[in-house]
Design a protein around this ligand. Structure first.
Ligand code: FCB
Length: 443
């Protein structure tokens, strides 16, 4: 960092990310199977706004326009996810050629536009048919997922080089099987334990199988991570913060990067079978990091882990998530200290109350400030030796924000949900300049 500004390394990769359910729509077209999110959203009461991803941004039909827009904005790379039931309707067995064609066309379109296609294999769209066999609680899912990963690697591995196997296993296990807030809506501790373990076995098997199929791929996975801080600098609060860190972060970091669970997982009853930890502990080419906010933790003996997450009176986004750019720096430095992987920030961004002004523009200065401050923090970590190779904004466009439906906007591009018109916000133009200059001025 110097007086005039910050400049990232020449080969730094600037991108945007999305996920299939949140943007594609076409939920039952061209042979796609039902996913747990289709079922969950179609069940009244699950989504606060009553919305679903049935149409979403209609990206399935408008992907050419969306790629064109990304090109105009100078985007270098695009992380999108594959809807598993679009390509394998029942999750195993028969393949849906039309579904594969959609992704092949998207990849071709991106490649022609000079945008590097990058894939998340699993961003939460479990085929409903597999859920009915137990979903992530059934050990057989490990094989089904590895077969699906192999199929995708052999179908698209010629043009797609960067692959993240699972997006946020913590959210899948926690929100899907423990709190029931997300699909499939299960609230059961034993199911959570099984799901969190099978997700990591499936991830390991998928990485192994993909490497055997296509040795030239760069394969990693994406974790949502929250730096945890004690509310007060007391022994109790420090220990409480360490437990939440084990629960939210190390539960997924350690099996992958060290081949073991943190002590808390064992205390809570997770008992891997012999050989399991060799499967979870696969060499990866990069770790995808999704950073949105931090956790502040207070000791509370009445809580199951003796710890409670508290909120400070700090600025928050529309999600109610504290805006804490310093957490990006702390998190990256911690990852270097404890694991030292190559890192891509695969998601970072904020929901703000965007309004279209009379002249048709969206002046989202709050989002620009958010992205800028997080990039400054990431840059500091990079300068201090973190192997940070790229940064992806969540998201290129407003989309279906899970249980919040369409009420929360994260996009660089505004979506008018009545007409599905795409309108780049001020932040989109700011990002274009940032990419062009490989950084920005600080004055
Ligand atoms: C992440 C999810 C992504 C999006 C953002 C806001 O946890 O991966 O789909 O909802 O949060």
């Amino acid at each position: 960092m110097d007086k005039i500004g910050i400049r990232f390394p020449e080969d730094f990769l600037w991108g945007v990310s999305t996920s299939s359910y949140q943007i594609e729509g076409a939920w039952n077209e061209d042979g796609k199977g039902e996913s747990i999110w289709d079922r969950f959203c179609h069940t009244p009461g699950n989504i606060k706004t009553g919305d679903s991803g049935d149409v979403a941004c209609d990206h399935y039909h408008r992907y050419k326009e969306d790629v064109e827009l990304m090109k105009e904005l100078g985007i270098q790379a695009y992380f999108f996810s594959i809807s598993w039931p679009r390509v394998i309707p029942k999750g195993e067995g028969k393949v849906n050629k039309a579904g594969l064609d959609f992704y092949r066309h998207l990849v071709d379109e991106l490649s022609e536009a000079g945008i590097k296609p990058c894939i998340f294999l699993y961003h939460w769209e479990l085929p409903q048919a597999l859920h009915e066999k137990g979903g992530w609680t059934n050990p057989n899912i490990v094989r089904a997922f590895a077969d699906y990963a192999k199929l995708m690697a052999s179908e698209l591995g010629d043009k797609v080089k960067l692959w993240a196997v699972i997006n946020e296993p913590q959210v899948v296990a926690h929100a899907g099987y423990l709190t029931g807030e997300f699909a499939p809506g299960i609230r059961d501790f034993e199911s959570f334990l099984k799901a969190s373990h099978h997700l990591q076995l499936a991830q390991g098997e998928a990485i192994r199988t993909m490497r055997d199929t296509e040795p030239n791929l760069k394969i990693g996975t994406t974790l949502n991570l929250y730096p945890c801080y004690p509310l007060e600098d007391t022994k109790e609060d420090r220990e409480a913060a360490a437990r939440i860190d084990e629960f939210m972060n190390r539960w997924y970091l350690d099996p992958l990067l060290k081949g073991e669970y943190p002590p808390l997982a064992k205390e809570m009853g997770l008992r891997p079978d012999p050989g399991d930890m060799e499967i979870t502990h696969q060499p990866i080419d990069f770790l995808g990091v999704n950073y949105y906010t931090r956790c502040i933790v207070k000791y509370d003996p009445r809580k199951p882990m003796g710890a409670r997450i508290v909120q400070k009176n700090s600025p928050v986004t529309e999600m109610g998530w504290e805006i804490y750019p310093e957490g990006m720096y702390d998190l990256l430095m911690r990852l270097k200290r404890d694991y030292d992987p190559v890192i891509y920030i695969t998601e970072n961004g904020g929901a703000f109350d965007d309004k279209v002004s009379k002249n048709g523009t969206i002046q989202d200065d709050d989002r620009i400030r958010f992205l800028r401050d997080h990039l400054v923090a990431a840059y500091r970590a990079l300068k201090e030796g973190v192997k940070l190779k790229g940064y992806f904004v969540w998201s290129i466009m407003d989309n279906f924000e899970w249980t919040d439906g369409y009420s929360k906007r994260f996009g660089l591009v505004y979506i008018d949900y009545r007409t599905l018109e795409r309108i780049p916000k001020k932040s989109a133009y700011w990002y274009r300049e940032t990419i062009k200059n490989n950084g920005f001025s600080l004055v």
